[in-house]
Design a protein around this ligand. Structure first.
Ligand SMILES: NC(=O)c1ccc[n+]([C@@H]2O[C@H](COP(=O)([O-])OP(=O)(O)OC[C@H]3O[C@@H](n4cnc5c(N)ncnc54)[C@H](O)[C@@H]3O)[C@@H](O)[C@H]2O)c1
Length: 304
């Protein structure tokens, strides 16, 4: 039976450390983090609420600026101009210590997330969404990691500590790692990070043929597709380490309890019988991501 990694407990530890180390940040009573949101999205609303709550719990103010968006205004250049203007103000505002452009943007919006995030000054780019900060990860001169990537890294560090008491650097060296996600917030930067630590990395995605042929020989599988039950017991080897970043809901389920339940990518009950370490959903990567976002304040503050 697998060891279950408790993301909630680890996130509480990160929170305590942030509170303890906050004195090292350059903060005033007016300091704040700014979240920018375009349009309405109920999942984003939940993530934003969690970020504001976490900020309150560590004594850092988090503000939200919402930009209206409808199907009728999707091509209106004024929307992009308004976002640009606000980001430029925040870039120059000494009290703004970090910015987050909430993803995803509405599908039909004329500009993609990178075009918008690239307006953010890299030293205020709390979720490492700018091309500069993402590029630095592949160059192995990382300033800051996207929060979900950092959450996965911290989970791997915990496993390395439990397993070998060696550093993560040595632990990852030579491991066969399959990442099932190729997005700019997760798969691509995570693959670069793992490669920088001399793991052998395979990145899979929706067009990968015969997924099992990759996962079956992996030492570690990190998955983030939002496809419920994608990873089954017969797709992984005995002793596998599995980190599940996926979040999905079974919205068509007629049982309202099940329709509101959150699922990961992994068939947890089956896979935990063969895995050595596994993260649950909920309670694994999710709470870690919020904590890691705020932990990024130290990376931005120390290295700018
Ligand atoms: N736990 C967290 O804190 C956290 C944070 C961000 C995202 N997420 C979750 O991670 C997932 C991915 O988020 P994203 O923003 O990267 O989404 P995305 O849509 O940009 O990327 C999804 C990735 O999954 C791949 N994929 C989809 N279906 C697949 C399949 N059947 N087989 C193999 N690959 C498949 C796609 O090719 C793509 O690379 C979502 O479920 C999201 O909710 C979780």
């Amino acid at each position: 039976m697998a060891n279950i990694i408790d993301g909630k407990k680890l996130s509480e530890e990160i929170k305590s450390k942030i509170i303890e180390d906050k004195r090292f940040l350059t903060l005033t009573s007016d300091s704040f983090i700014s979240i920018l949101q375009l349009g309405e999205n109920s999942s984003s609303d939940i993530y934003i609420r969690n970020k504001i709550k976490f900020g309150e719990s560590i004594g850092i103010k988090v503000t939200l600026t919402k930009f209206g968006y409808t199907e009728d205004t999707k091509n209106d250049p004024k929307i992009f101009d308004d976002i640009k203007k606000r980001i430029e103000e925040l870039n120059f505002d000494k009290n703004c210590i970090g910015m987050i452009m909430q993803a995803p943007l509405p599908n039909a919006f004329t500009y993609d997330i990178t075009e918008v995030c690239d307006l953010i000054k890299p030293s205020k780019d709390l979720d490492a969404m700018t091309s500069v900060n993402l590029g630095r990860i592949s160059n192995n001169s990382t300033l800051v990691l996207p929060a979900t990537v950092k959450a996965v890294v911290k989970i791997l560090e915990e496993i390395a500590r439990l397993e070998t008491s060696s550093s993560t650097v040595d632990y990852l060296k030579g491991k066969n790692i399959v990442v099932i996600n190729s997005s700019i917030i997760l798969g691509k930067p995570l693959a670069s990070y793992l490669l920088n630590h001399e793991a052998t990395v395979t990145v899979c995605h929706i067009n990968t043929k015969d997924l099992i042929s990759h996962t079956i020989s992996a030492d570690i599988v990190i998955t983030g597709t939002g496809v419920k039950g994608l990873i089954k017991k017969d797709m992984v080897k005995e002793g596998i380490i599995i980190v599940d970043c996926g979040i999905s809901k079974d919205i068509n389920n007629t049982d309202p309890l099940k329709a509101n339940k959150i699922y990961g990518d992994v068939e947890f009950e089956e896979v935990e019988k063969v895995a050595s370490y596994i993260t649950p959903v909920p309670g694994g990567v999710g709470p870690m991501t919020v904590a890691c976002l705020f932990d990024n304040l130290f990376d931005l503050n120390m290295k700018k």
